[in-house]
Design a protein around this ligand. Structure first.
Ligand SMILES: NC(=O)c1ccc[n+]([C@@H]2O[C@H](COP(=O)([O-])OP(=O)(O)OC[C@H]3O[C@@H](n4cnc5c(N)ncnc54)[C@H](O)[C@@H]3O)[C@@H](O)[C@H]2O)c1
Ligand SMILES: N/C(=C\C=C\C=O)C(=O)O
Length: 489
């Protein structure tokens, strides 16, 4: 363990251990959890192995046959609502842990991560009690009706950018449909996931229903869950390359899979849009959470007539963003999640220079923070549409801006990618909005807004951005097995 000053006492960080069958369990091996904003050690994290995963899967399997398997929808709904209540009761504590783990501003964690994590449980608590099923009367011959049952034991493997928000986005519908879970959060952001175990227990979730194993992916807990023969389904959010590895590992046991993967999302700005409104939202869709949101519009396309005006206004607004300590209330951009990710993003900054990009702002480490992995928000122009920086997901505070002349041309450029997650369109021409939205190859398209969420809507990506959809009934489709019963009249 590095002999370094820790944030332990000063900032209330915690050690992270597994939560299996209602108990916190330490591993023989552990690794350090580093605060990316200070480079100090926040605590230690137990590293799960195959044996730990075996224990967690066995507990989850056993719990399906216990009280959880027999409680009513109403009781399950009440428990989910109680989980939401406790998350809100502990909101400040959870937001502080999230900010320490990720480097994001504490204020953002409060509003975006923790508040919405609670809402995920509230939403599925209500949805569970209103869910119907299908039934068909075949004249006087037969009556058909569909019944839903849980898939069984679900493996949940999650990323580091919105740790609790995305863990609850999966756990809430998983529990609502009556399943049990073995969760594996990112090794870089273990703390709020750790507390989710005791929060579920306090809310009345029986032991063994919710299990958590910390660790890495390859040759560690992530791979062990993906391969485990007694895990019925895997829901994964993370990089496309990781999705491929999980699909391969899950193939022998033919698991049900739900993937929310990477993106390189177009943000298309037509000349007839309200530029001030565009700039205000585009600042968020470019740099919120240090640009570490899969939905960020990192490929900005601007109609030629307003290209120069947009660049001038957008650059001026970007330069006013404050990069700083996540716990300063006026901080807009915190630290990126880790040294490894910092180095990855900085490699792309250098690549953008090599590819002939012009930097209107940013392009370097933030020089007013002595410690921590801070990068100034960056705008790059002049890159070829085939350049790597325009085509590869960077997942940091950097956007490219490219002018376009016709609607057909920008649609062709926007779709010229292996990804298909999200897109944003800015125009006041209603017909054009419908026309372009219908041609953009993305699972999620926003018009004159960004990241406006309604949890009933289908959520996910196409092409290399995902398999399946989450949200509303789609969450239930994945987390349940439908059986059709036919009764002869
Ligand atoms: N589509 C979405 O909704 C969405 C949301 C958030 C993040 N993302 C994507 O996630 C990526 C950033 O997150 P990340 O860096 O944590 O992704 P990642 O793929 O590196 O890791 C995600 C999780 O998978 C685990 N993992 C890694 N290799 C594995 C393997 N071989 N088997 C099993 N588990 C394995 C990791 O330990 C981690 O818990 C970006 O590409 C981003 O676009 C997508
Ligand atoms: N699933 C969601 C967010 C995904 C963010 C990706 O970085 C959500 O907002 O519900």
């Amino acid at each position: 363990m590095r002999v370094m000053e820790t944030d332990h006492k000063k900032m209330g960080s915690i050690d992270s251990h597994h939560f299996i069958n209602g108990q916190y369990i330490k591993s023989g091996n552990y690794f350090e959890n580093i605060n990316p904003a200070s480079e100090k050690v926040l605590g230690i994290v137990s590293e799960g192995d195959r044996e730990d995963v075996d224990k967690a899967v066995a507990a989850a399997r056993e719990a399906l046959k216990g009280p959880w398997g027999g409680i009513s929808r109403r009781e399950r709904s009440n428990i989910l609502r109680k989980i939401g209540d406790i998350i809100l009761e502990r909101k400040e504590e959870l937001a502080a842990l999230e900010a320490m783990d990720t480097g994001k501003p504490y204020q953002l964690a409060l509003e975006m991560d923790i508040d919405r994590a609670a809402h995920n449980f509230y939403f599925f608590s209500e949805y569970l009690t209103s869910m119907g099923t299908e039934s068909y009367q075949q004249d006087d011959l037969a009556l058909h009706y569909a019944i839903r049952r849980p898939v069984g034991v679900v493996g949940i493997i999650n990323p580091w950018n919105l740790p609790l928000l995305l863990l609850t986005w999966k756990l809430a519908p998983c529990l609502a449909a009556g399943n049990t879970a073995v969760m594996k959060p990112s090794e870089w952001t273990p703390m709020t996931a750790t507390l989710l175990g005791e929060i579920c227990q306090e809310a009345g979730v029986p032991d063994g229903v919710v299990n958590l194993v910390h660790g890495f992916g390859v040759n560690s807990a992530g791979e062990a869950i993906s391969e485990h023969p007694d895990v019925d389904a895997i829901t994964f959010t993370g990089e496309t390359t990781t999705g491929r590895a999980i699909m391969k590992a899950a193939a022998p046991s033919l698991k049900k899979l739900s993937f929310e993967l990477g993106g390189k999302n177009p943000n298309i700005i037509f000349a007839d849009s309200d530029l001030d409104e565009v700039i205000e939202t585009t600042l968020k869709s470019s740099f919120i959470n240090q640009g570490e949101v899969c939905l960020c519009g990192s490929r900005i396309y601007v109609e030629k007539e307003v290209y120069e005006e947009f660049l001038e206004k957008f650059t001026k607004a970007t330069k006013q963003l404050k990069v700083g300590d996540p716990f300063d209330n006026d901080t807009n951009v915190g630290a990126v999640v880790s040294e490894e990710h910092f180095n990855k993003v900085m490699k792309y900054m250098n690549l953008a220079k090599e590819e002939g990009g012009t930097f209107l702002t940013g392009g370097h480490r933030s020089n007013h923070m002595e410690k921590g992995f801070y990068i100034d928000p960056t705008i790059v122009t002049g890159l070829d549409r085939k350049s790597r920086c325009v085509n590869e997901e960077i997942f940091g505070p950097i956007v490219t801006v490219i002018p376009f002349d016709t609607e057909e041309n920008v649609i062709e450029q926007a779709n010229d990618t292996h990804y298909g997650l999200a897109a944003t369109i800015w125009t006041n021409d209603l017909r054009r909005a419908h026309r372009v939205a219908g041609q953009i190859e993305s699972g999620i398209t926003w018009v004159n807004t960004w990241y406006l969420r309604d949890l009933r809507t289908p959520w996910g990506g196409m092409k290399n951005s995902g398999i399946g959809r989450e949200g509303g009934v789609h969450g239930f489709e994945f987390y349940s097995e439908l059986s059709n019963v036919t009764i002869k009249m």
